[in-house]
Design a protein around this ligand. Structure first.
Ligand code: SAH
Length: 252
């Protein structure tokens, strides 16, 4: 009799916790579905990455009217003609960088701050540069509210990198330069890896590894990212090209 009462109490407790966690975060089921279908289903198998995606509330990184679409298999607008990257591409770039919990990572193109948060879940420190001040400030505010203490954001031109904080174990570039930005590559430690989408119309995601004898570039997959602007272009407020449906695969 006593045991059945205890079991009933435990069951009520467990169901309450499950119920309350869904009420607290109504997007949890969508997030779990995104992980299963878009990440695990496409070969993302690093447990640390999957845990980071389960923890970071992606819907908070998009403007409120778009929150219902936050877990869709696509990028979304975040204002200022920029986008939050497609979940798969965030996971893929993180996986190929082969991160370690002791690592110091440089991200170029903070944008919404979503990839910044994913990286911060996995490594010791994330330094992130964003050229558009309002995006940098919004991301900084949200990441602070979410409690991240290992993220450092600055407004600036990502082509310059952040040499005083280097060398970095990894560099993740989330906007596309025309060619491999060597000033950034130089800020890797020997053995460090940079993941960078390169090109104008046809872009290729590259993995650049710094070795004692120079750099090794490996082609990964075709992608479509917003351009990495030079400061002077940014002042002219150049318009990014509209995207066709076909081009939305592997979208940054
Ligand atoms: N990882 C971000 C992607 C944002 S899109 C996310 O998932 O939200 C790319 C970002 O790169 C944009 O916010 C854009 O303003 C920024 N960017 C473009 N050129 C840059 C440059 N030269 N230096 C720093 N940031 C740049």
């Amino acid at each position: 009799m006593k045991i059945s009462i205890i079991v009933t109490i435990i069951l009520i407790f467990c169901f309450s916790v499950m119920f309350l966690s869904h009420v607290k975060d109504p997007f949890m089921l969508k997030r779990e579905k995104m992980i299963a279908e878009q990440l695990v289903g496409r070969g993302i198998n690093d447990e640390n990455i999957l845990q980071a995606f389960a923890k970071v509330p992606r819907h908070l990184f998009v403007p409120p009217p778009d929150r219902v679409f936050a877990y869709n298999d696509s990028p979304l607008p975040i204002g200022y003609e920029q986008t939050i990257s497609q979940p798969f591409i965030v996971a893929y770039m993180t996986q190929v960088a082969k991160l370690d919990k002791y690592d110091k990572v440089l991200e170029v193109g903070t944008g919404s701050g979503y990839q910044t948060a994913i990286l911060a879940e996995m490594v010791n420190a994330v330094y992130s540069i964003e050229i558009l001040e309002p995006l940098a400030k919004d991301a900084e505010k949200l990441l602070k509210i979410l409690g991240y203490k290992n993220i450092f954001i600055k407004v600036g031109n990502g082509y310059e990198g952040w040499p005083v904080k280097g060398p970095f174990d990894a560099i993740i570039v989330t906007a596309a330069p025309d060619e491999v930005p060597m000033k950034l590559a130089e800020q890797l430690r020997i053995g460090g890896k940079m993941v960078v989408p390169v090109g104008t119309k046809d872009q290729m995601l590259l993995l650049v590894t710094k070795t004692p004898d120079g750099f090794i570039n490996k082609k990964l997959l075709p992608v479509r990212f917003v351009p990495m602007v030079e400061e002077k272009e940014e002042e002219q407020k150049s318009e990014p090209e509209p995207k066709s449906k076909d081009e939305q695969e592997n979208d940054g």
